[in-house]
Design a protein around this ligand. Structure first.
Ligand SMILES: [Zn+2]
Length: 271
């Protein structure tokens, strides 16, 4: 895996007092123990150079799979990586197709820590357009630090790249090469420029169509319940202040789960 961004990894829970032997991860990347200058570098991915601590080494030390089920002593991880062979194998022919308008080299694989509906820390995976990758890392860090509940963040390929299945499982995801829900043009998701968050609590509503199945109760936006995106809440603000638009503000249809960001010099938008 080629890691492009820094790893910012730290213990969410401090090691037990009687644990006098720091773990390897702790020794290498404990955020709080890094010298000040390294701290600054890890906060700004662009300042990482080849002379700096090798970020590849850092990721290799962390068994991310360990953390998927909400361990007590979990690491906080926010990573940007290129699409390597193992990720390519997972997505090719599913969310990524040969006719896809964007090359794999323009996509990035993110590893993100999030705060679950179960109030535990989890590790998620997401594929986004390279130009939005740092935005997305910052947004999800903000959501995590504010304990904004997200039920799950998995690649849509775990649902055979079927958006309905992913939405029905309340999965938060970004990249999937597909057409818009209403229409034939390529969705912003097909470029990795849109993210759907907690789809069950934030349905897509157009005329009589409500998606996903089972989300009807959430068409009423006046009763705030866990996982719902409400205008001006932390999630809304985290996206909007970085120039994203929210489908909950659209007039023709309402797509409460959907945030997207237009890149300069492109004109594919809304959906
Ligand atoms: Zn969407």
């Amino acid at each position: 895996m080629v890691v492009l961004s820094s790893a910012i990894v730290r213990h969410v829970n401090k090691p037990k007092e009687n644990d006098s032997t720091p773990s390897i991860q702790n020794e290498i990347v404990d955020y709080n123990k890094l010298p000040k200058d390294i701290n600054n570098k890890t906060q700004n991915p662009k300042s990482i150079t080849e002379q700096d601590q090798d970020p590849k080494e850092i990721t290799d030390m962390i068994d991310l799979d360990q953390n998927k089920e909400g361990d007590d002593d979990i690491q906080e991880v926010f990573l940007i990586s290129e699409i390597d062979d193992s990720v390519r194998e997972r997505i090719y022919g599913l969310s990524y197709k040969s006719e896809c308008p964007i090359p794999l080299s323009k996509l990035r694989f993110l590893t993100l820590t999030y705060y679950g509906f179960d109030e535990k820390t989890h590790t998620g995976e997401m594929i986004v357009h390279e130009e939005l990758s740092e935005d997305v890392i910052e947004i999800f860090r903000e959501l995590y630090e504010n304990k904004y509940p997200i039920e799950k963040i998995r690649l849509i390929d775990e649902y055979e790249a079927d958006d309905n299945k992913s939405m029905e499982d309340n999965n938060t995801s970004c990249f999937c090469y597909r057409t818009k829900t209403s229409g034939n043009s390529v969705s912003m998701h097909g470029y990795g420029l849109a993210i759907d968050i907690n789809p069950m609590q934030n349905p897509y509503v157009y005329k009589n169509l409500i998606l996903p199945e089972g989300s009807n109760d959430y068409v009423d936006r006046s009763k705030n319940r866990k996982g719902m995106i409400i205008k001006e809440d932390i999630c809304y603000q985290a996206f909007i202040k970085r120039g994203w638009t929210w489908g909950g503000n659209w007039k023709k249809c309402k797509d409460y789960q959907h945030f997207e960001k237009e890149l300069e010099n492109t004109n594919h938008k809304n959906g």
